[in-house]
Design a protein around this ligand. Structure first.
Ligand SMILES: [Zn+2]
Length: 244
């Protein structure tokens, strides 16, 4: 393929712009904030699950506490009634009196058991509430961190995008100036050569693959007319002679 030597040299400018664009794209993808945000997001989700568990524990404990309180009411009423009956002195039958005293002892023991249970349930409620408060505080703090990370990420992306837009505009200008066939060939090589389609020949070395041409290839490079597009014998990239 033939191309004006000046156009061939400008191909190196296009390559430099494309390399810069590739690096900027890579920086956008590899911003540290992406990984940090993903890590926070995982922690936030885990906290969400813990919060559901704590909410369930709180609701169970609250329901059980309500039930224990309700259970206590009739027992206390019964005890009060029995005590009043005895204090009133109206029960004279020793057997009835004895059974009532036994019942008072039983009711007192039952009240004590229910009150112990109620106390334990109150503690369970408090502990579930405290756990929920801890989780919510932790989640708020993670969400604050996420908001800060997102702002930092967005600012970095905006800067990189502005830089990318500049490079793309330079790229468009270069494309408009360069022969279509040369660009086409460059794009094909670039696609299969890790993003580098054109390289400079520096001395005997191809800057694309870094290899030095052997003497016979180098002789051929030198003998090739300047308007003939050279390809590196080693990597097949377009090889641009920068010195006239
Ligand atoms: Zn090469």
């Amino acid at each position: 393929m033939k191309a004006d030597p000046g156009a061939q040299r400008r191909l190196l400018e296009l390559q430099a712009v494309d390399t810069a664009i590739g690096q900027l794209d890579h920086r956008v993808k590899m911003l540290p904030e992406h990984a940090l945000l993903a890590e926070r997001q995982t922690r936030r989700q885990a906290l969400g699950q813990r919060l559901v568990a704590a909410e369930t524990a709180l609701s169970d404990a609250t329901a059980a506490q309500t039930k224990a309180e309700a259970d206590l009411v009739p027992v206390r009423e019964r005890l009060l009634r029995d005590e009043r009956a005895i204090e009133g002195g109206t029960i004279t039958d020793p057997k009835t009196l004895k059974s009532m005293v036994d019942e008072i002892a039983h009711l007192t023991a039952r009240i004590s058991t229910l009150e112990d249970e109620e106390l334990e349930l109150m503690e369970a409620v408090e502990s579930a509430e405290a756990e929920m408060a801890r989780i919510q505080a932790e989640r708020t703090s993670i969400e604050d961190e996420m908001r800060a990370l997102m702002a930092k990420r967005d600012a970095a992306v905006t800067d990189l995008q502005a830089d990318l837009a500049d490079r793309r505009s330079v790229r468009s200008s270069l494309l408009a100036e360069l022969p279509a066939a040369l660009v086409d060939s460059y794009e094909k090589v670039r696609a299969r050569s890790g993003g580098v389609g054109a390289a400079a020949l520096q001395g005997r070395r191809c800057t694309g693959c870094g290899l030095e041409a052997n003497p016979s290839d180098y002789e051929r490079y030198l003998a090739t007319p300047q308007d003939e597009v050279l390809r590196c014998e080693e990597c097949d990239r377009i090889l641009v002679r920068t010195a006239d």
